[in-house]
Design a protein around this ligand. Sequence first.
Ligand SMILES: *Cc1c(COP(=O)(O)O)cnc(C)c1O
Length: 640
Amino acid sequence: MNKAEVLGRWTREKSEELYGIKNWGNGYFSVSDSGEVLVNPYKDNGSAAVSLMDIISGVRERGLDMPVLLRFENLLDSQISFLNNSFNDAMKKLNYKGAYRGVYPIKVNQQQQVVEEVTRFGQRYHHGLEVGSKAELVAALSVMKDKEACLICNGYKDEEFIDLGLYAVKMGFKCFFVIEIPGELEIVMERSKALGIKPNIGIRIKLSAKAGGHWTESGGDRSIFGLNMSQVIAMVDELKEKNMLDSLRLLHYHLGSQIPNIRDIRSAVLEAARVYAELVKEGAPMGYLDLGGGLAVDYDGSNTNYTCSRNYTVEEYCTDIVEAVMTTLDSSEVDHPIIVTESGRTTVAYYSVLLFNVLDVEKFEEHHDIPDKLDENTSEQIRNLYDVNRNITLKNIQECYNDALYYRDEIRDMFKHGRLSLRERAFSEKIFWNTINQIAKEKKKLKNAPPDLEDIESAIADIYYCNFSVFQSIPDSWAIDQLFPIMPLHRLLELPKRNAVIADITCDCDGKIDHFIDLHDVRNTLPLHEMKNGDDYYLGVFLVGAYQETLGDLHNLFGDTNVVSVRINSDGTYDLVKEIHGDSVSDVLSYVEFDPKDMLVSFREKAEQAIHDGLISASERPEIMRAYDNGLRGYTYYER
Ligand SMILES: *Cc1c(COP(=O)(O)O)cnc(C)c1O
């Protein structure tokens, strides 16, 4: 124990360790001397750090309510630089003769502002875009300026898509069509002949290498996209026959997103580089090797091959790739290609932080008021439960737990059959929860707790009701149990005494977060501070820039949150560069085809009828109509 602990003082360092901010923060996030979370895109320049609490008050003063999604421009800038510099450094160090050209896959965060900023910040590295649909191609062509950057077209392509891509080639863009299914080649050749524009063709291959992780179905033999090796050869033959092999410029694969293990990445690169060398031997000019996405984000900060982490750094990823490509191609005496990667997650994950306030807390009640002796006419079942409660020891916690559940169920049954009163059942529940709480306390003393008791902490956790929707703002937390770092934004010099699970305001039983990051495991509860009467308490969900924004849905008609773009200046000031107001109630209703104008008319008719029926007076009607109208205009979340 250090001195602070002996004195019972909680410190900044303790908070940093408890919430793991240094592990997952990538140097961008930390805790200040006054116990608030800081953001700092400049990493080493300490005087540039800004407290998220200051930004919250700034946002509130400007009239925007929680929840708010903050997007930090500089973090995007910094991640793009980091990725490009890491590849460039690795290439220099290993004496690689080709170059790196990253592309940003639009699907990872399609918001106009994000795509626009990626191309702006990416320009100095010729960082391009990847599109997977016609709509994304149309979007990309509206923001792209850099003719040195790549524009990679994946996905199914119809004539319209191909024509547009061919015109982009004619206008000087480095636009590639990646053939995903064998039938696509014919349309590309046909349209290219019709328009008289030579295409840049790529092939997507299926690798035999398969990777671990959530999203691996898109790689490997069984993936739905890509050509197997006999289809690749058939395509080469067809191109040769049509005298178009000189259009074959790129080889592509995509293993899946968030690949936690570097070994899977390495073995895929080796296999693809072999195919690349063979295509060159077949006489294709090639020049580009596109390794897709997969570069993972360390969401829990554990640096392991667990699904929400990765057992490598970005620098190691780059070095391993460059090395694998070089050794494979050098041995076949094939020139080093331009290496393309389609990293979306790593580029944008850090960029966005979701902030919200806690609305209410349901505290777990410890029920200290269990009597020393039972009333004489207490029923036998309650007596049994009471005996369990009185006899808990470290040795028998598993047995006590089973017995407590058994007697509780029996008591519930008796209540259902009318043999116990509501008062008796309420009394038995007090005893039950007191028992579970004692068992949980005993369990803490054990190194290896019985597996049945694994979830006991969440059973006795407080519930913190928070002003956001899991379904709208962090859908992957619900859909695939992805973990995101979550922590309080202030009071970090105080010991967080409560253990909590988080409930959102959708009133859906899935609208909750009850798994949290941990260095060695997954936590069932999150340590939080006790609410002080009337004071606001703010939490942040970090690393939500990738995939969360457009996957989100309108569950219970909670709409888009307010979004504020922030630029942090190197002197520690900040500017709110852009604000996008979240959906109003009438916005979300019109998404599901209600017409707010009709709704007002129909509500007015009801109010008029109520006057007719003598339920309200005519002079009350304007007030009532105003309430309805305010409801339509309001933010979909809890407003102050
Ligand atoms: C989704 C996708 C990506 C993005 O992958 P990340 O691992 O998120 O960087 C890249 N390429 C293709 C073809 C994709 O479908």
